[in-house]
Design a protein around this ligand. Structure first.
Ligand code: NAP
Length: 266
């Protein structure tokens, strides 16, 4: 039965974190639009969710790195029924910046940066006009830990975190909530898709995908802008934020900082 929560559009819904959000949001009473490339998987999930939760589920096959497909998703996202965007589709690379050519580098930027930016922009405008809506952007803990991985994937996720924090600030007084979710290593296909074996990691650093999404939704219910499901000590995040914000007044000045002033001899 409809709870009038509206419709959630989920990118990367055919498996992993996106498919898990689909099941969890349907259980909460959302109707769904499921977006990914693998239409057969999306249809199978749609059938399962309709049957188990009785919500309306639409499938929108799209390669978010293809202009026409991305435009079609933007158009659907502008629909009046959409109340929640889960900006989740993403990829990693086999190897780092030195191991990949221009095509792969363009591809990860298109999927992890361009597509979520364009979708967040469309949702942000539509939700602000209606004074209501939620945007969830899936970043990564690697946004905070570039030394732990290749810089390309980490960099795309740092972008998503930065965009989310900025949008949250800009849209909070317009009735729009923006949340960035920063998963740590989570057991999904992204690892084998990028040539890595998640089972080779110590078991205690890998989260199950159901736990990750349940925790992310608790963070959303708490009204968080940034949710880091594995981080037990919330004070560490708060300390980082406080240190960052304390720099604010010093970040743009007429005067060059003393350590950068040229000496008379130079
Ligand atoms: P996944 O299991 O590989 O799923 C990725 C999803 O994105 C799939 O539904 C895939 O579907 C879709 N996708 C991939 N390329 C696409 C394209 N060109 N156009 C449209 N959809 C596309 O990965 P996941 O772990 O669930 O990842 C979801 C998000 O979480 C990503 O943004 C990822 O960076 C982030 N994340 C994951 C982890 C982790 O450890 N798993 C950690 C931190 C952050 P199709 O193949 O059917 O298109």
């Amino acid at each position: 039965m409809s709870k009038n929560l509206g419709t959630a559009l989920i990118t990367g819904a055919s498996t992993g974190i996106g498919a898990t959000y689909a099941r969890a949001l349907a259980a909460r009473g959302y109707d769904l639009v499921l977006v990914a490339r693998d239409e057969a998987r999306l249809q199978a999930l749609a059938g399962e969710v309709r049957e188990e939760q009785g919500v309306t589920v639409e499938v929108l096959r799209a390669d978010l790195t293809a202009q026409a497909d991305l435009a079609a998703v933007e158009q659907r996202l502008g629909g009046n029924d959409i109340t929640l965007l889960i900006n989740n589709a993403g990829m990693s690379l086999k190897g780092g910046i030195l191991d990949n050519g221009p095509e792969q580098l363009e591809r990860i930027i298109a999927l992890n940066i361009t597509a979520p930016t364009r979708l967040a922009a469309v949702a942000g405008k539509a939700f602000a006009a209606r004074g209501k809506g939620t945007i969830v952007n899936i970043a990564s803990v690697l946004a905070l830990a570039p030394e732990m991985f290749d810089g390309v994937y980490s960099g795309t996720k740092a972008y998503v975190l930065n965009l989310s924090q900025s949008m949250a600030q800009q849209l909070s007084d317009k009735g729009v909530h923006v949340q960035a979710v920063l998963p740590g290593a989570t057991r999904t296909e992204i690892w084998e898709r990028s040539g890595k074996d998640v089972d080779a990691f110590p078991a205690e650093i890998v989260m199950e995908v159901g736990d990750l999404v349940d925790a992310a939704l608790v963070g959303l219910d708490r009204g968080e802008t940034v949710t880091i499901p594995p981080l037990a000590d919330e004070g560490q995040w708060e300390a980082l934020q406080a240190a960052r914000l304390a720099m604010g007044p010093g970040l743009s000045r007429r005067e060059v900082a003393p350590r950068y002033r040229q000496t008379a001899e130079a």
